[in-house]
Design a protein around this ligand. Structure first.
Ligand code: 6PG
Length: 471
């Protein structure tokens, strides 16, 4: 019997979709999943007549695979990954490759990679983005791990990956050990920021300017034809059109305003704090989800704390709508500058040897943050592979400079109306801080020295100084 090219452990929604994608691209797949009912349904339904078969023991999985064996784990992050590895590794041989395609924490991947390397096994922590549809028709994939493992996986991954407009597959070898999961984590942080920036602009346009859902549908559809073209803007336009089948009302108005999270955005913030990378817009997006979760408290507070009416009554409605587009773009560019800045610092910290151009390149299609902007980001890193900050690229700098007045107008309006714009405001503050030769940290240093003799450095001479501040 012909051996399978790849095995998949865990035939949930994502595992099934990836299996069908691989099979469609000419790679026979063998699956292993203990849920017999789910497997039967898959085999008789979606996988019927396809080169997809299923076994029920690790040994049978190994026997069914070409060597070196390639086995993709599609199980929930955390303990299930360790359990799956422990259940399989005794049946594997040196040179075989285990791939973790879940949203695992990169330090777990570092640990697993090291432990398995000691046993001669290759371990690939691979970020997979694009949801169920992406998994089936073309995800963006971020594999880390050994070069040899990448060489063995490359034909399969390139065939199944999303293709950008220039036909290039959205997958590349990200770097060693946990690099793939690290980059996927930052992808998700940027995803949180993109989503929150869109939500804040929606709030200003809807609650502030009183735009209806059908006007918003129209507006976001128009925006999706220009510089803001992206998957998230596109689905946002769609969302405004969707009606609740029972009541006929706009579904978006009936959805509870409490954003949930599985934790990848939070990990991005936590790690950025650990390695000293400023990403205030991603942090603001994480915080905004947390704040939204305090629904009961907010409801109570809304009854006792007063502020301005959120409804705009000025005469510049049209100007503000146009400015909102510019503000969203300026914030988005600044947020990407932060996320990519985090990757640059992390690359040094963990010796990941990240190639920013390649990362932008594989985010152009398939993943949740896919956007026209990513093609421009790729070009910026092509022009200057050592670019320290996206805002220093001439094209991006001039774009943001030109949008600056609109950006400030949107934020001052939000502030006047009492509409919270944590992420948008943090993006502008980052921009202003980054372009400031002098920040008030001189005062912070003076305070530290005052109360704790922590010392300070001076602008006019070398050395470390302490002052007796109390007269
Ligand atoms: C992707 C998504 C995917 C998932 C997130 C959602 O790239 O396909 O990022 O990984 O949708 O886990 O994360 P939250 O539940 O934290 O919003």
């Amino acid at each position: 019997m012909k051996k399978a090219a790849i095995g998949i452990v865990g035939l949930g929604v994502m595992g099934q979709s990836l299996a069908l994608n691989m099979e469609r691209n000419g790679f026979p797949v063998v699956g292993l999943d203990l849920d017999k009912e789910k497997v039967e349904k898959f085999l008789s339904d979606k996988a019927s007549g396809k080169q997809v078969f299923v076994v029920d023991t690790p040994q049978a999985l190994m026997d069914a695979l070409e060597k070196p064996r390639r086995i993709l784990l599609m199980v929930p992050a955390g303990k299930p990954v360790d359990d799956a590895i422990n259940g399989l590794k005794g049946f594997m041989e040196a040179g075989d490759i285990l791939i973790d395609g879940g949203n695992s924490f990169f330090l777990d991947t570092e640990r697993r990679s090291k432990a398995l390397a000691e046993e001669g096994l290759n371990f690939v922590g691979m970020g997979v983005s694009g949801g169920e549809e992406g998994a089936l028709w073309g995800p963006s994939m971020m594999p880390g791990g050994q070069e040899a493992a990448w060489t063995a996986l490359r034909p399969i991954l390139e065939a199944m990956a999303a293709k950008a407009a220039d036909g290039q597959p959205c997958v590349t070898h990200i770097g060693p050990r946990g690099a793939g999961h690290y980059v996927k984590m930052v992808h998700n942080g940027i995803e949180y920021a993109d989503m929150q920036l869109i939500a804040e602009i929606y709030d200003l346009l809807h609650r502030g300017l009183g735009m209806s859902n059908s006007e918003l549908h129209q507006l976001f559809s128009e925006w999706n034809q220009g510089m803001l073209q992206s998957y998230l803007v596109e689905i946002t336009a769609d969302i405004f059109e969707k009606k609740d089948p029972e009541s006929g009302q706009a579904l978006v108005d009936l959805i509870l305003d409490e954003a949930q999270q599985k934790g990848t955005g939070k990990w991005t913030s936590q790690n950025a704090l650990d390695i000293g990378a400023p990403i205030p817009t991603i942090n603001a997006a994480v915080e905004s989800r947390i704040l939204s979760g305090l629904k009961a408290e907010r409801v109570a507070a809304s009854k006792v704390i007063s502020g301005p009416s959120p409804r705009y009554s000025g005469s510049e409605r049209e100007k503000l709508i146009a400015a909102a587009q510019d503000a969203l773009l300026a914030s988005k560019i600044t947020s990407y500058a932060q996320g990519l800045g985090l990757l640059r610092i992390a690359s040094q910290e963990y010796d990941y040897q990240l190639n920013m151009k390649e990362i932008a390149k594989i985010w152009r299609a398939g993943c949740i943050i896919r956007a026209r902007l990513l093609g421009d980001i790729m070009d910026a890193y092509e022009r200057n592979p050592k670019l320290v900050n996206l805002l220093l690229d001439d094209n991006f700098r001039t774009t943001v400079e030109r949008k600056q007045d609109a950006w400030r107008l949107v934020l001052t309006t939000g502030i006047e109306l009492g509409i919270p714009m944590l992420a948008t405001a943090s993006a502008l503050a980052y921009f202003d801080a980054y372009r400031s030769e002098r920040l008030p940290a001189n005062l912070t240093q003076a305070q530290r020295d005052y109360f704790g003799a922590h010392t300070y450095r001076r602008v006019d001479r070398e050395g470390s100084f302490h002052t007796e501040w109390v007269k």
